[in-house]
Ligand binder design. Structure first.
Ligand SMILES: [Zn+2]
Length: 270
């Protein structure tokens, strides 16, 4: 959960310090056993249809740690039950709302060909699984590579329903990470930056399209980005968006030349 959502729910559920301490111990256990995306996430057994998720957990982390998790779950359960009572129905509504907009063929037909050109890869069909979860009021946030490479987590429950285009745009952004990043851009980034962290360039590229890049604006009706958009990545988001657009307008995929230009944008801001 992001910090804002975390703070909101701690306050809303009136979770006492002692219980928060237990949650921290759970976080420590999680830290010890979770690796990079795709290796192991401690919560994985609890997302599937496993009949006895604790036996799966025990197999992964051993008796002692699994027992600690079981004890802490017992302490947290009443709070989770209240959270679910409050926001479970909201998440059901979001599921309907987002399924409709994400599976809309006309929207897909406008977005997918652009991404296919930009990322040099196309799909007959592909599926991204989305796990919806609670948010703070009027916020939403997504994370790709949750549980596995084709699962996205989306915090959304407390966003007003009329803002549906925002989480839809965020989901399209995460879809880029799940389905498109790996084909051409990833090796291009590797070739240019070597062992440096590739994520900043992946983020600049994806954000140039969605949520407030040009696909977000043109297809999903998002407003133009404010000054904070991509501010941790590049100084001026408009330059990055224009750069991605420049390549797309020429029908070129985002390859090494694009990566070098983005690297220049990132470096010129500090
Ligand atoms: Zn991203």
């Amino acid at each position: 959960m992001r910090q804002a959502a975390n703070d909101f729910w701690v306050k809303k559920l009136n979770i006492p310090d002692g219980v928060l301490g237990e949650a921290e111990r759970l976080a420590e256990i999680h830290e010890r056993h979770s690796g990079d995306p795709g290796t192991y996430y401690l919560g994985t057994p609890f997302y599937g249809e496993a009949e006895d998720p604790f036996s799966d957990l025990t197999a992964k982390v051993g008796d002692g740690e699994a027992e600690k998790v079981r004890r802490i779950f017992g302490i947290l359960a009443p709070y989770f039950d209240r959270l679910w009572e409050e926001d479970g129905p909201l998440l059901e509504e979001w599921k309907e709302r987002l399924s409709a907009i994400m599976n809309d063929r006309a929207t897909q037909d406008r977005i997918c060909p652009v991404l296919a050109t930009a990322y040099g890869t196309d799909f007959e069909s592909a599926t991204v699984r989305v796990e919806l979860t609670v948010s703070a009021p009027d916020t939403c946030g997504g994370r790709a590579n949750f549980l596995d490479a084709s699962t996205v987590r989306l915090e959304v429950s407390r966003l007003p329903a009329e803002k549906v285009r925002w989480p839809a745009s965020v989901l399209w952004h995460e879809t880029i990470h799940c389905l498109y990043d790996g084909a051409l851009l990833k090796p291009a980034i590797r070739a240019v930056v070597g062992e440096d962290d590739p994520m900043m360039i992946h983020e600049v590229a994806a954000n140039s399209f969605l949520p407030r890049g040009y696909l977000g604006q043109e297809v999903l009706g998002m407003s133009a980005p404010g000054p904070r958009y991509m501010s941790q990545l590049v100084g001026r988001a408009e330059e990055a968006i224009a750069l991605a657009r420049f390549y797309f307008d020429r029908g070129e995929a985002l390859g090494e030349a694009f990566v070098r230009e983005v690297k220049g944008l990132i470096e010129s801001q500090d």
